[in-house]
Design a protein around this ligand. Structure first.
Ligand SMILES: N[C@@H](CCC(=O)N[C@@H](CS)C(=O)NCC(=O)O)C(=O)O
Length: 217
C-alpha cells in the first residue's frame, strides 16, 4: 500500500527543503518506496480532519492503511524499521543509529528551534539583541560537541543511517545563519548528505510543489 504523507501547500521557506516532510521524503527515497503527498494549507492543518491525524495540527503526517503517524522522527524510524537501507542489521549498531535519531531531534534541534523562534517572534522585543547571543551560544555548544564526535568520519557511526538522515535534516535548518560554516566537518557532513541521490530526489519533489515544475527523472 502506497503511504500518503502531508506537506505544506504554501512554502514558508520558498522550497529550501526545511519543512519536515523533507526528512520523510528523503527516508522514503533512501528506502526506494513510492509515496503520495497530500498538500495542506495552514487553515486545513488546524481543522478537525487533520487534527485527527496530527494532534498538534502540523505536518508531516504519514498514513499507510490503518496506520497514521505524526512526528518526523517517528515516521523516519517507522520507515527505517520496515525497509532495508536505513538501519544496520546488527542489533547494537541498530540501537546506536536510533540513538542518533533521538539525539538529533531532542538534543541538537531544540536550541536551533529556539534561535528561529527568537528571530521570528521576538525580534521586536527590547531584550532580543541581548538574548540572541545566549541562544546562539547554546547552538554552538551542541555543534562543537557534535563536531568532536564526528571527527573526520563520513557518518556518525559507520555506514550512513537514519541517524545521519535526521541529523543532517536538523543541521540544514542552520543554512543561511553562518553558524554551520564555523564547523567545517559538520558543513562537509551536511554536504555529503545533500549529495546523496535519494536526498536530491526528495529535494526536487518538495521543490516541484512550489515551482510547478515536474522533478527530473
Ligand atoms: N516535532 C515535529 C514538528 C512538526 C512541525 O513543527 N511542523 C511544522 C512544519 S516543519 C508545521 O507544521 N508548522 C506549522 C504550524 O505549526 O502551524 C516533527 O518533527 O514532525
Amino acid at each position: 500500500m502506497t503511504p500518503v504523507i502531508t506537506a505544506f501547500a504554501q512554502s514558508p521557506d520558498r522550497g529550501a527543503g526545511q519543512a519536515r516532510d523533507m526528512r520523510v521524503r528523503w527516508a522514503l527515497e533512501e528506502a526506494g518506496q513510492p509515496y503520495d503527498v497530500r498538500l495542506v494549507s495552514f487553515g486545513e492543518m488546524k481543522e478537525p480532519a487533520h487534527r485527527a491525524l496530527h494532534p498538534f495540527g502540523q505536518i508531516p503526517t504519514y498514513e499507510e492503511g490503518d496506520l497514521a503517524l505524526f512526528e518526523s522522527g517517528a515516521i523516519v524510524l517507522h520507515i527505517a524499521q520496515r525497509h532495508a537501507g536505513l538501519l544496520p542489521d546488527e542489533a547494537n549498531a541498530r540501537a546506536r543509529a536510533i540513538t542518533w535519531m533521538f539525539a538529533a531531534v531532542s538534543t541538537v534541534e531544540p536550541p536551533i528551534l529556539e534561535s528561529e523562534t527568537a528571530t521570528l517572534l521576538e525580534g521586536d522585543e527590547t531584550w532580543h539583541e541581548q538574548r540572541l547571543p545566549l541562544v546562539e551560544g547554546r547552538i554552538r555548544d551542541r555543534l562543537g560537541q557534535l563536531s568532536n564526535c564526528l571527527g573526520d568520519a563520513d557518518w556518525l557511526d559507520g555506514e550512513f543511517s537514519a541517524g545521519d538522515l535526521v541529523m543532517v535534516g536538523v543541521l540544514r535548518r542552520l543554512k543561511g545563519s553562518g553558524i554551520l560554516e564555523e564547523y567545517p566537518n559538520l558543513s562537509a557532513y551536511v554536504a555529503r548528505g545533500e549529495a546523496r541521490p535519494a536526498f536530491k530526489r526528495a529535494f526536487e519533489a518538495q521543490l516541484a510543489v512550489f515551482t510547478g515544475k515536474r522533478p527530473a527523472g
